[in-house]
Design a protein around this ligand. Sequence first.
Ligand code: GLU
Length: 494
Amino acid sequence: MTMPEKNLQQEIRVRFAPSPTGDLHLGNVRTALYNWLFSKHFDGKFILRVEDTDKVRSTEQAFENLLQIMKWLDLKWDEGPVIGGPFEPYRQSERTEIYKKYLNQLEKMELVYPCFCSEEELELERKRQLGRGQMPKYGGKCFHLTEQERANLKNQKKPFVLRFQVRTGEIRFMDAIRGEVVFPQDQIGDFVLTRTDGSPTYNFTVVVDDALMKITHVIRGEDHLSNTPKQILIYEALGFNPPKFAHLSIIKGADGQKLSKRHGETSAEFYRSKGYRSDAFLNYLALLGWSPAKGEILSLDEMIQEFDLSRMGKSGAIFDHQKLRWMGGQYISKMLLDELTRCVLPFLEDAHLLNRTWVRDQFEWLKEVVDLVRGHLCCYSDIIYETFYFFSDELNFSPEQSEELQAQKELLLNFYNEFQEVFEKEALNQENFFKVMKSVSTKTEKKRQALYHPLRLALTGRNDGPELIKIAILLKNKKILERLNLWITETDSV
Ligand code: GLU
């Protein structure tokens, strides 16, 4: 497929067609993004269609979550649920009558027949074929039933599905990413168009909808490659022109296998709830399979400009959580402090580290705290780990850390006394902090370098973190004394 020229007469129409059966997977988000970018690049239309004909697996909750995620990602659709459009409805569960009409058409053409084979029979057939080294496909048993036999089985109320009668001959199509794809003759068995409850299956509804919605390009995951020849057969049978196809390589985990739960979190909802910025998230996902010419960090506008299916990789890209974190950090580092502080606030609240009323008076202080750790934030929820000790006195010390602090009782007592003396006159600042350090160093005959770690540990419960002097100034007098006092008075019990 050659890339369409901008300003071409025909309007580019693409769709994202998720099934609301669970959390939206990262791969789905990437598919949505690529379709969205493609439509914007060509001034076309991006359609959201909800494929919810599987009544058992589709849920209203998953549909609502899908809308939430799309909103978070800010991938606005031009036609689809909520806003409607010229080809509504955009939920397949509301298009039953439309599918019936096209099913009738196939029935009239005698391209459809009822199949009464049970799951067990089909599974047995499959196993036999695999055992013989053959590709499993339906052998056509029910195709050979006579009209009388069919009528008898229906009278006996035996459940049946409807199968599409596959023509002979190979099936070929051009894929924008893979080039020419050929499915040899006899590889595809007669496949199912309706389930036993009469509801139509994906391969059938997708064709009817893509055709009626005038979809020009189908950009979807490689896992659908084997469905495409079946869909082409339905296009042919119904007299529709097939769209252009582009099958995206799968996203893999670090071990090279298809990305799944066992590689870690794969749902978009997880990353949203962790407080990843949606622009960073999309930027990272955009790179999983696409190599933009202009480098890695691109705004959505730059992505729209540059988006090009010919720069898509054929082999699957590897999802690298560390790189996503890095990308998240890049976007956070560019935020204004005020905005960043407002964005992390809900996460501190949810962790019960602060509440709104308190924030009103302390916002400037809070901004300084956020500024201190912003270089360590890859997503907003990182704020909890990075600043915990500013809000909570429940510091968790490991046995080794407790041991270290107990062994430094003398030193911590010195710190306590020196700080207390300072605090009688003034609040902590750069100058008096260094004076304290100097004086403690002289009194304990320890190098100044050796003083920092125990002090940091006692004040924050951590071995590392931002500059200690800045932490101490923001912690303020009272907390500093309280935390030192803990080790001076209760060394055995902590
Ligand atoms: N409902 C299908 C899915 O979620 C859509 C596949 C397609 O884009 O054709 O995988």
